[in-house]
Ligand binder design. Structure first.
Ligand SMILES: Nc1ncnc2c1ncn2[C@@H]1O[C@H](COP(=O)(O)OP(=O)(O)OP(=O)(O)O)[C@@H](O)[C@H]1O
Length: 283
């Protein structure tokens, strides 16, 4: 599983985490080790999901990949550069980040929120900036009439879409998602997953996602990495990872919630396969 996945040619490696240690001081003067010699490779075109119990360091790992914190030891390379060197004015051209709550600016309209990375870079004249933001607005399934709305007037699903449009406004090849469907009702969550799948396919994105939500995990992941025991315990397809024996995996994938999400996912897959086969049968 993980060995084969990580022997890909270097050109295909988008995120390369090697021997990562994340160590924090404790109030009592000691230290706590969150990651110990953690390795993770994300290849071009993957939708790789990170799962793990609470406190296993998923957010800490995401922050290191974003370059917000330096590793205590080891290296984090994103698109061939050390992660900590990517927070320059071109960052949004390389990597888009969708935060859990959307992180929209409440005083800015939908369009101004989407255009923000362009404006910060002063890359294009105002009218082009507006056109580019409108294109992205439509790309995420919103309409021109939504452009002047303020964040307070948006549904949870719309907030996620605006935040996604902003993350993609500079056409980065890499998208990071933190709990992309958290807070959405099941219907909005399914619709948002469909949108992410469409964009992944159409734009050729590489996606790294952290999620607790099993339906989202099953719907989107091409590969899953399980964080446990201070490292990436196992990587593989959903089925491969679910077959690995570990208390977290047993509980997460094979508890009542896991089993019902898996059944629903398999049923949806079968439905899709049947739908895809229909036109051929008819012809
Ligand atoms: N700057 C910091 N200083 C000290 N401890 C920290 C710091 N950042 C994170 N931690 C600790 O690292 C551990 C992992 O935190 P993290 O938020 O990454 O977990 P997580 O896997 O995302 O959890 P959850 O699923 O609950 O969101 C926690 O115990 C947290 O308290």
């Amino acid at each position: 599983m993980s060995m084969a996945a990580e022997s890909s040619p270097e050109a295909d490696v988008v995120i390369d985490v090697r021997g990562l240690w994340s160590v924090f001081p404790t109030a009592g003067g000691g230290e706590v080790v969150i990651h110990k010699d953690l390795d993770l490779v994300v290849k071009r075109g993957e939708i790789l999901s990170i799962v793990g119990g609470s406190g296993t360091g998923k957010t800490v790992l995401l922050r290191r990949i974003l370059g917000l914190d330096a590793p205590s030891k080891g290296s984090v390379t994103v698109l061939g550069r050390p992660a900590t060197e990517q927070n320059d004015r071109d960052a949004a051209t390389r990597l888009g980040m969708l935060f859990q709550q959307g992180a929209l600016f409440s005083a800015f309209s939908v369009l101004d929120n989407i255009a923000l990375p362009l404006r910060e870079r002063k890359a294009v004249p105002k009218d082009i900036e507006r056109k580019a933001a409108l294109l992205k607005l439509e790309m995420v399934g919103l309409q021109a009439k939504d452009a002047p709305k303020m964040p307070a007037d948006l549904s949870g699903g719309m907030i996620k879409r605006v935040a996604l449009a902003r993350a993609l406004v500079m056409d980065p090849p890499l998208l990071l998602l933190d709990e992309p469907t958290a807070g959405l009702d099941p219907e909005s969550s399914d619709a948002f997953c469909e949108l992410l799948l469409d964009l992944h396919r159409e734009l050729g994105l590489t996606v790294l996602m952290v999620t607790h939500d099993l339906d989202t995990l099953f719907a989107l992941s091409t590969r899953v990495a399980v964080l446990a025991e201070q490292r990436v315990l196992v990587t593989g397809t959903v089925d491969e990872v679910a077959a690995y024996s570990h208390p977290f995996i047993d509980d997460y994938f094979h508890g009542a919630r896991g089993e019902s999400a898996m059944r629903l996912f398999k049923a949806k897959q079968a439905e899709k396969a049947q739908g895809a086969a229909m036109p051929m049968e008819q012809s």
